[in-house]
Design a protein around this ligand. Structure first.
Ligand code: OGA
Ligand code: NI
Length: 361
């Protein structure tokens, strides 16, 4: 299936469009009526008070078994009910978070020639990109991004990471090392919350050298934010996502029934969510939840999404411990490499992929 050659149309950098000062967005970015966001009015309604759970992870490191149990339970409830939560006191140093965000912001504010050196193609997606999916004529999202591999180690290739700004690679290396450690801790918490051996999910992902990639999203200012989206509705195809957003710019919306809840990021918090592979492994005890990104007229937004994934060649299927005659396996085994081709070809499409994988019964 890896017959993808290149992008179907010339790539336009959204940042260049935005910088050109246009006051109407090109038709290519105008979403159908049903997908357009309702851009918040000044009037606060009930929904503005609703937000994803906020969890203080300090309890996990407390050494007190009662506090550890209570913290794990909070994480478990957030995974079951929301598929999303914010985490503070997660063990990643706040200065390192700020440095990582800043060095990526500096990357995107370099001259176009510097960024173009890393222009990506749909074969691996690694590098500087401006679209997801290769369908000719598709309606596009209002964002640019940078995508790179961190794990497994044999996929990490520093020549595919930005060479500038100075110290960029060191900061990104250190940041990813710390965030992956957080991912490992969360995998243990999720496994034991699901009633599995603590190492179950990590082993299912390939052990120590699991998959991990970074997608840095850059959402330029948009003159007509009510007509488009920075990132269309999707669930994350991988295992779990650890997102560092700009804390002072709203953008991420999480689906709750037929409503979209705008997340209000806290300072130095991570936004953590379940991806499709954990939905499959947990036989849908945990569900990946649809989310999307809205854009702003006066301010750009940046986010760093670390996708903590299974190794690409492993078959992922519901844990045997979680299936029984009353609770049969809901999904057929599939490798993550095969799984991720769907979003890479078609672009973000809600939860259509994981839904379509349900075992026929
Ligand atoms: C993603 C994503 C959200 C954001 O990269 O998959 O959902 O706020 N990003 O940028
Ligand atoms: Ni996402």
């Amino acid at each position: 299936m890896s017959c993808v050659q290149g992008w179907p149309e010339p790539i336009i950098r959204v940042q260049s469009l935005s910088d050109s000062g246009l006051d109407r967005i090109p038709d290519r970015y105008v979403k159908p009526l049903t997908e357009r966001p309702v851009v918040e009015s000044v009037v606060m309604d009930e929904d503005d008070k609703v937000d994803i759970p906020m969890i203080d992870l300090a309890g996990l490191f407390s050494g007190d078994s009662e506090i550890i149990r209570a913290t794990r339970e909070k994480v478990g409830e957030a995974c079951r009910v929301w598929g999303f939560f914010q985490a503070v006191n997660h063990g990643v140093h706040p200065d390192l978070m700020d440095q990582a965000r800043q060095t990526w912001r500096d990357f995107f504010h370099q001259p176009m020639e510097e960024k173009q050196k890393h222009a990506n193609d749909p074969k691996t997606y690694e590098g500087y990109g401006s679209r997801l999916g290769v369908e000719k004529g598709a309606v596009l999202d209002w964002s640019d991004y940078y995508f790179l591999h961190y794990l497994p180690s044999n996929l990490k290739d520093h020549t595919k990471w930005p060479a500038q700004p100075p110290h960029h690679r060191e900061v990104v290396e250190e940041y990813l090392g710390e965030v992956v450690k957080l991912g490992q801790r969360l995998m243990k918490v999720f496994s034991s919350n699901l009633g599995l051996e603590e190492d179950y999910l990590q082993n299912a992902f390939g052990g120590e050298d699991n998959g991990a990639c970074l997608r840095v999203n850059f959402y330029p200012k948009c003159p007509q934010p009510d007509l488009t989206l920075g990132l269309s509705s999707h669930s994350d195809p991988g295992g779990l996502t650890i997102l560092l957003p700009d804390h002072d710019v709203p953008g991420l919306q999480v689906r709750r029934g037929d409503k979209w809840i705008t997340v209000k990021p806290a300072q130095h918090a991570f936004i953590i969510n379940i991806g499709d592979q954990i939905q499959v492994l947990s036989n849908a005890t945990y569900k990946s939840v649809e989310h999307r990104v809205i854009v702003n007229p006066n301010i750009e937004r940046l986010s760093l999404a670390l996708f903590y994934n299974p190794r690409g060649e492993l078959l992922i299927e519901p844990a045997k411990e979680l299936i029984s005659p009353e609770n049969p396996a809901m999904y057929q085994p599939m490798t993550f490499n095969e799984y991720r081709l769907y979003i890479r070809l078609k672009g973000p499409r809600g939860k259509s992929q994981v839904e379509s994988l349900k075992s026929p019964r």
